[in-house]
Design a protein around this ligand. Sequence first.
Ligand code: HEC
Ligand code: HEC
Length: 358
Amino acid sequence: MYLRFSFLLILIIIFSIPAYSADSTQSAPPITAINIHLLGPERVGNQPPVLAPVDNPQTAAKILLGKKLYFDTRLSKDNTISCASCHSPALGWSDAGPTSTGIDNQKGGRRAPPVSNSAYSPLQFWDGRAPSLEEQAKGPVANPIEMGNTHEVMIRSLNDIPGYVEEFKAVFGTTPVTVDQVAQAIAAYERTIVTTDSPFDRYVRGNDDALTPLEKKGLEIFNGKGHCTACHWGSNFSDGRFHNLGVKPAAGEKPDEGRYAVTKNANDMGAFKTPTVRDAAARPPYMHNGTEKTLEDVMALYHRGGGDDDDNLDPLMVPLGLSQKEVKALVAFVKRAMTSLNSSVANEQPIPKSQLPE
Ligand code: HEC
Ligand code: HEC
């Protein structure tokens, strides 16, 4: 009862906080006993319903169409790559990493972030360069090292598939198929890929046995001594902002400018969007370039206060002074307690080629 009441209270507080600006020149909220208490996941959890933009309302037919497009390799130049090639449900809606492999076996420089829960991000991509899922979805198709196609050719191919033309017409009421419609349908599907039923969520809903004693200790550290909620806060465990943790470039790679490339603000050099921690266990390796192989490695980075030779290290990155037992507890919390159970999302089955429109 107490938990449920405080959960409601926190929801009210969260929704009454003015929508924060994505402008990362604002500094992250300071860590105080009060905001850790209010914003920390101990009392939040349980994702709110996803909001769709007014000009792209969710409908069952549109979501199914988006799902077909998501799993369809015919969106790529040579019919080999779909969105799911790099964002596979079986790999935590990411890929095996450390960075992605696109058309003609070309390697990109960044790790594929999960598509799951991306509906909760105010900005898309590690550097936040896309303002919406709709905008984001147009990128990979025409990216020369991802799907290698052009929008014109993709649209021509789709308009040559009578089954698709019919479905788009049923969903959007017009022909021919357009790039914006493809993006809208895919975004509508992505808005259904949200995970909520983790042991942590069950605990927040009042099931005290949902977490082991070690995981409860981990939650306490996540929320307190570990400072994790300074950045990973709210029901999706992300402030939606950009921070430089001093993550090292992969061997032989140049440092990635991150958010700086978008804002040209010196404070954003090497800063990346805070990813959700939900279901992290399902998608090693970690960070924008996949250089941390395991969750233990990620915790070791935080434990020592981030990478040590980065001029622009986020001031929130400080050595944590945790004991080995505390580090273990933190890993236990992130590993199992944040991983959704019985989720249809985790078990999503790809649409087989034979069931795609012809
Ligand atoms: C070749 C691999 C590859 C393919 C194919 C691909 N992506 Fe991605 N995706 C990535 C990588 C890598 C990033 C991160 C790039 C960056 O941040 O600059 C990304 C980022 C994203 C994001 C942003 C998530 C976030 O948290 O910021 C979404 C959403 C997404 N992709 C959806 C899609 C959709 C939809 C498709 C199909 C139309 C697709 N991707 C195709 C590799 C891929
Ligand atoms: C200063 C803000 C900040 C703090 C504090 C912070 N994180 Fe992060 N976290 C981030 C950002 C930003 C990234 C991505 C960094 C990158 O790729 O360069 C990240 C990445 C991660 C990842 C990898 C996720 C993935 O999909 O690659 C995990 C797991 C994680 N953090 C857990 C934690 C835990 C546990 C703590 C507390 C010990 C913590 N974080 C503290 C901002 C923060």
